[in-house]
Design a protein around this ligand. Structure first.
Ligand code: CA
Length: 230
């Protein structure tokens, strides 16, 4: 059974194998992709490179504490939703008291069903926050996240769901350059099920449909960005 690409990848950073196995089982049953790291530094690196939809972060970890991972990500303006797993009440105090930018926390022992429900909630909130800003525009291209309509030079453009998501993502983050792997993870949601060639194909289709109004720029050796010609 392959994961539903819409749901995205959940990064689980947890050094207790029994817990990470359980989380992997329950999350993948719900259609999420799951990446498990059992070490703090590896977890931080995965959070930076995989662009997961959410992170389940244990507090006590080898090589780097979960709170330190969250602090570093927030310092880099990485706002991936973080759900902390805490083993003791004093850890809850640290997570809550330090204002680390955690989205939620849960105390061990927990029910895997509850963790899944919390993960769904933080992912949903993040999606709503990203799409609550009304129509986006870049030059003559207008993208409405609510109606999912696109116009270019005042004319409606018919995009597939994935083409829309791709264009919306680039325009939301206009000026930022994305690698193909980043786009796969952030737009397709689950990097492992399609290859990076898919990104090129979809970019080409969006460009064709937008014609001269297309704001998508190829950054040689890196990937793509949306910006107006200087
Ligand atoms: Ca631990």
């Amino acid at each position: 059974m392959s994961p539903d690409p819409v749901k995205g990848l959940i990064l689980v950073v947890e050094d207790e194998r029994a817990i990470s196995d359980l989380l992997r089982l329950y999350l993948s049953r719900e259609g999420f992709g799951v990446q498990v790291e059992s070490d703090g530094l590896a977890g931080l690196s995965a959070a930076r490179t995989l662009h997961p939809a959410a992170i389940i972060l244990d507090v006590g970890l080898p090589s780097m504490d979960g709170t330190e991972i969250c602090r570093k990500l927030r310092a880099e303006s990485n706002w991936t939703p973080v759900l902390f797993c805490t083993a003791r009440d004093d850890e809850v105090d640290r997570v809550v008291g330090l204002e680390l930018g955690a989205d939620d926390y849960i105390t061990k022992p927990f029910s895997p069903r509850e963790v899944v429900a919390r993960v769904k909630a933080v992912v949903r909130r993040a999606v709503q926050a990203a799409s609550s800003e009304g129509p986006l525009n870049l030059g003559e291209v207008i993208v409405d996240p609510v109606t999912r309509r696109v116009t270019a030079g005042g004319n409606p453009v018919q995009l597939t769901a994935t083409e829309f998501d791709l264009l919306e993502h680039l325009i939301t983050n206009q000026g930022r350059v994305f690698s193909r792997d980043q786009l796969l993870s952030e737009v397709w949601g689950y990097a492992a099920i399609v290859g990076t060639r898919t990104v090129d194909v979809h970019v080409a289709q969006v460009r064709t449909k937008l014609g001269d109004y297309s704001p998508i720029r190829t950054v040689r050796g890196v990937g793509y960005s949306a910006e107006l010609e200087p």
